[in-house]
Design a protein around this ligand. Structure first.
Ligand code: SF4
Length: 412
């Protein structure tokens, strides 16, 4: 069910419903996502909710964001606690350590976020000095995700990135030296013109920097601007080439001691991203900031996309909710198959049957037997999970496992 945008009080009602659902023993603990929409330059391939040349809005935006945190906490009245935080964007590092510290403080004061719990912030190598990184650690951030994207200067220039390969590696060194508990590097593959050898060299470089976590994403071309630019650079990589990139990443990172714990994510032992893990397990979560998406009381919602409209709504006391969708039982069943299947932990079969009266093994016996025979999946300890080989096919496999009538049940 989609509701029309701008109806005041929708989210408040959801918060209240969530508050009613909280246990008498204590507050419900949820992850929180915070969106920082500003970037120095809007890279052509990026379709996130980002804005360039809006430096004048940074301060008022952060004030509005902090007010939204306070207002939300008032409605929830101590019945939700934030267990982990992910500040993404955009380029959070662009707004500086002082404002980022204030945002985390607000979550501590109003939502009981505890120092030492996971707090991730995304950073661009162009705005990560030793002192700003130390200030972030001091503020309580303990996980840094560095958008390196490539370790080839030519490729970085083609991608519109403002940093060089050397600057990306220096940012990783500075992050380690600053004392973050986990440092992650983001890399892209399947970039027009990129070779597998070039990608492998980039991976080796970040692994040599002793990073704790690597996210490697296939470049996808969404929208006219990206398609045109991608074509100008030689067009997107073929499916076979994508599989080669992926296989190279899996092999190299396994050899370096990383665990492949989600389709696009690898970590050293003890360095999985807790925030993402919660989302993949289907946890509800709070969202703050323009264009952010949250999930509460069985409803997914998104907030007003434009920074100025978001600020205005908060200053004028209007709802920031742009859209809202109630998940049906069928939607939730599909998500409970699709998301966990992308992770190394896989689908916990008994829990799935218990929650949805859907016995996956019986309902999809032939398909699952075929996946196992082809070494694409395995049954282990009551879980169905994909093998390393099967991971790249996660989305295609999920389509074969979901119920035939998904989307038709319509019951809530
Ligand atoms: S810096 Fe990152 S978030 Fe900003 S436009 Fe480029 S890819 Fe997108």
């Amino acid at each position: 069910m989609h509701d029309s945008p701008g109806e005041a009080g929708q989210l408040t009602a959801d918060y209240q419903r969530l508050a009613e659902l909280s246990t008498p023993d204590g507050p419900v603990q949820l992850p929180a996502y915070v969106h920082v929409p500003f970037c120095s330059r809007h890279c052509w391939y990026c379709d996130f909710n980002v804005y360039e040349r809006m430096g004048r809005l940074i301060e008022p935006y952060c004030r509005a964001l902090i007010r939204e945190i306070e207002d939300t906490a008032k409605v929830l009245d101590g019945r939700v606690r934030v267990g982990c935080v992910y500040v993404g964007g955009g380029t959070p590092s662009l707004i500086g350590a002082k404002l980022l510290a204030e945002i985390l403080d607000a979550l501590s004061v109003h939502f009981g976020f505890e120092r030492g719990s996971e707090a991730t912030v995304e950073a661009n190598p162009s705005n990560t000095t030793s002192s700003s990184l130390s200030a972030l650690v001091e503020a309580g951030y303990n996980r840094l995700s560095v958008g390196a994207q490539s370790l080839s200067d030519g490729r970085l220039a083609e991608l519109d990135r403002l940093h060089t390969a050397t600057e990306a590696l220096e940012a990783l060194d500075r992050a380690k030296a600053a004392g973050f508990r986990s440092v992650s590097a983001d890399l892209l593959y399947g970039v027009p013109g990129q070779t597998v050898r070039e990608f492998e060299n980039g991976l080796k470089n970040v692994v040599d920097r002793d990073v704790d976590h690597v996210s490697a994403y296939a470049l996808t071309l969404h929208g006219e601007r990206a398609v045109q630019a991608g074509r100008r650079l030689g067009g997107p990589a073929s499916d076979d080439a994508m599989a080669e990139f992926y296989g190279a990443a899996a092999e190299l990172l396994r050899g370096a001691g990383f665990e492949h714990y989600e389709v696009s994510n690898w970590s050293r032992p003890g360095h999985r991203c807790e925030y993402n893990g919660s989302i993949w397990r289907g946890s509800e979560y709070l969202a703050f900031g323009c264009g952010a998406h949250g999930y509460l009381a069985g409803r997914r919602y998104s907030l007003v996309r434009e920074p100025q409209a978001y600020i205005d709504a908060i200053l004028e006391g209007r709802s920031t909710v742009q859209s809202r969708e109630t998940l049906t039982q069928s939607d939730r069943l599909v998500e409970s198959i699709v998301f966990p299947l992308r992770t190394r932990d896989g689908i916990e079969l008994r829990a799935l049957t218990h929650a949805f009266q859907f016995d996956l093994i019986n309902e999809r016996r032939e398909e699952i037997d075929r996946l196992i025979a082809n070494k694409l999946a395995e049954l282990d300890g009551g879980r169905l999970r994909l093998t390393e080989r099967g991971m790249i096919l996660a989305d295609a496999v999920a389509l074969r496992l979901i119920p035939d009538n998904a989307g038709e049940r319509g019951c809530e």
